[in-house]
Design a binder for this molecule. Sequence first.
Ligand SMILES: [Zn+2]
Ligand SMILES: [Zn+2]
Length: 179
Amino acid sequence: MRPERLERIVLTHCHRDHVGAAAEPATRWGERVLAHRLDAPVVRGERPVPEPVLLDREIPLYEQGLTAPEAPPTPVDVALEDGDAPGFGDGAYVIHAPGHTPGSIAVRLPRHEVLFTGDCVAAVGPVMPGVFDVDRAQAVAAFHRLAALEPSVACFGHGGPLTRDTARTLAQAAEAMPA
Ligand SMILES: [Zn+2]
Ligand SMILES: [Zn+2]
């Protein structure tokens, strides 16, 4: 991948491990950065990262993560809303899936039956919502909505993609987790 050929960088949410170095290529090559309206001010560095409500098992992991460097303030060229189609992937569109953060999004490519979940779903071990949710109940509800889309391929912020039995795996994980 030649970075100068990239046109857009879509940020699924405002956490540093997902914003990372987006500012550098955007500044150097002019890629447009897209993020949901509610997370955009955090990405831009205008507002602090929203505090998660930690589950007990998340506390040690969270404290470890605090030592990682912050993402630098990053320009957001397009503030996304639910249903926006940014113009790639044969009709890819944005699904607002709040809970992990207020402006968390998934991106669905309906013609290819591909779903990018950001941290609304993670596959580090069993398939489940990502850790460090701002609103766990909302995150679980979003998980259910995404599972109901029955994608053939699901790509996560953490963990390898699911390419086989994807819809069934997501449905079973949702079922095990009452909304
Ligand atoms: Zn995250
Ligand atoms: Zn993450």
